[in-house]
Design a protein around this ligand. Sequence first.
Ligand SMILES: Nc1ncnc2c1ncn2[C@@H]1O[C@H](COP(=O)(O)OP(=O)(O)O)[C@@H](O)[C@H]1O
Ligand SMILES: [Mg+2]
Length: 355
Amino acid sequence: MMTIPAERAFQLIENIYTSVMMFDGTLRLTAINPAGENLLSISSRKVLGHTAYEIVPDSPGFADMLQRALLAKRSFTEWGMNLKLGQGRLVCVDAVFTPMLDDPEGEALIVELIDVQSFNRARREEHLSVLHEAARKSLQGMAHEIKNPLGGLRGAAQLLERELDGSELREYTRIIISEADRLRSLVDRMLVPNSKRTLSHVNIHEVLEYVQSLVVAEADARLRVERDYDPSLPPVQADRTQLIQALLNIVRNAVQATGVGGNITLRTRIKRNCTIRHRHFKMAVQIDIIDDGPGVAPEIEHDMFYPLVTTRSDGTGLGLSIAQSLVRAHNGSIEYERTDGKTCFHILLPLNEKS
Ligand SMILES: Nc1ncnc2c1ncn2[C@@H]1O[C@H](COP(=O)(O)OP(=O)(O)O)[C@@H](O)[C@H]1O
Ligand SMILES: [Mg+2]
């Protein structure tokens, strides 16, 4: 049998998605990994040495199960167990209880918890993202195919226009040229995320200020953009241009949704111990783009990140799809939330601990 050296085992447990806890024979917590702290919203410093009854006081059934596994001296799984946590939070978990029968330090028990809802959500999102990526790839292939003949078409129309000097027929060549240009700019937008990434230390606030200045310049003077920044935010390893593009797409949508006199808030926060698309990160940057518009239309709520989905007559439906691929290329995620009459797009970008 292969055994994993203790240090590697520790790294393994620290970085996995499943929450792992260890209790001694008196049901006191002796170890917990970051995923566990995250799931139960507790800090290991505060709960180590406390009993299972003290850690989840509102769900004594949890501690009873630990007791049961210890007494029975065998492992068992409880599916879909509801754990009541602080502030009325409820999580549904699949739990595996495994007593360690010949531990030299006495009785011990390992508990593995999987957050069912977030696991299912992550799986659904992953599935959707594969579909989005496939749709985007075929669109990009098509965009490339359109681009070349379009150049020829425009060139020929220009030649023709010269020949038609002074003729009324030039009106038609103008239309060909301007429509070819419109198509070309659409095609170019479809191709954006293919560009290579150049990573550097990016100051998120500087990028947000830049995006803000662009939309204010484009929009009605009555547009109000409030900023609620966390000044302690460290720089992010990212491609600045791509980040600007992603944020601009989302902020522009917010401006279009709120209309005249709309309020938009750009908020930044540090998030500790968070899970982004199945991966655990010690720290991440959260960027929230909030508007007080009517929210995303219910009929597209589930596919708004899909390319070509739009409710606007002059929309392309590419903004969110591109923003999502760019953020995902940075190992991040975008989520939509509608609460208290506010529309919110949350972007999470993991922080490289060394940066
Ligand atoms: N902040 C928002 N509030 C309301 N609806 C939104 C918001 N952001 C996006 N949407 C909806 O999502 C659709 C898709 O957005 P997007 O991909 O940027 O394409 P486009 O802006 O070209 O329509 C929009 O047409 C709109 O219906
Ligand atoms: Mg848009």
